[in-house]
Design a protein around this ligand. Structure first.
Ligand code: B1M
Length: 191
């Protein structure tokens, strides 16, 4: 609230303040200084601050829909902060986003695509174990005969461009801003 009162850009508050803080929490957790309670505390603090900052990012005026996106965190993965940030930035840039939440199996992404007519799926994964679910999602889309209808973008801390290519995703984004640029490219891409 203080940062906003001082006129600091909300996105700068997130990227140069909150993200730096939560990354430090992650480092301290990795080296054994922090334990799970501190990890949870860090996430709760970040979520509380995002509740204040995110409404400032989303424009209030009606705009043409840039595209429809189904977004979620893959099965077995409870990490929601990065995914929610991507959802906010996409919404702020005119995308209609159906956020299906965390720990979502491939079938939930598929059901949401069928319900919403989305042409882009965004799958977030924060664990080296759960990033494998992004590949399973692509396979499930193929099995459901939907792969040609939707572009798949993947992201999350352990995910890389090379991994995205390997599993046959249509794109990888490192952060929420790149995710918006990628979604614009995918929304325009021919089927
Ligand atoms: Co977890 N956790 N965690 N955790 N946690 C990590 C990911 C970890 C790297 C920490 C560490 O050891 N240093 C580590 C993973 C190690 C690995 O897999 N190699 C880890 C672990 C081990 C675990 C548990 C297994 C711990 C345990 O129980 N022993 C457990 C797993 C639970 C589960 O999911 N099944 C666990 C639990 C948790 C909490 C629940 C306590 C909490 C999450 C709370 C919540 O989300 N509500 C949590 C947190 C907070 C973290 C760290 C510290 C921070 C994650 C975060 O929110 N970052 C994280 C350390 C780290 O990442 N450095 C860690 C801020 C956020 C803005 O960034 O999510 O990367 P990020 O999103 C970015 C980009 O990645 C990208 O854009 C976002 C914005 O810039 N992006 C996309 C993300 N999704 C995208 C999708 C896109 C495009 C871009 O397109 C679709």
């Amino acid at each position: 609230k203080q940062a906003l009162e001082q006129g600091i850009d909300p996105l700068a508050c997130i990227n140069e303040g909150l993200v730096k803080g939560i990354e430090k929490v992650g480092e301290l957790f990795s080296d054994g200084t922090y334990f799970l309670p501190e990890l949870i505390q860090g996430a709760a603090a970040m979520k509380a601050a995002l509740e204040i900052l995110e409404p400032q990012l989303v424009g209030k005026e009606q705009r043409e829909v840039a595209g429809k996106v189904v977004l979620g965190t893959v099965a077995g993965d409870q990490h929601e902060i990065g995914k929610t940030l991507v959802a906010t930035m996409l919404t702020a840039n005119g995308f209609q986003v159906k956020d299906i939440g965390v720990d979502q199996p491939a079938s939930a992404f598929i059901d949401a695509v069928k319900e919403s007519d989305a042409t882009i799926i965004g799958a977030s994964a924060l664990l080296t174990t759960t990033m494998l679910q992004q590949e399973k999602l692509i396979q499930a889309l193929e099995e459901a005969g939907l792969r040609k209808n939707v572009k798949v973008m993947v992201g999350g801390a352990p995910v890389t461009e090379a991994y995205a290519k390997k599993i046959g995703a249509d794109g990888y984004a490192e952060d929420a801003i790149s995710a918006v640029n990628l979604a614009f490219r995918l929304a325009d891409a021919p089927e």
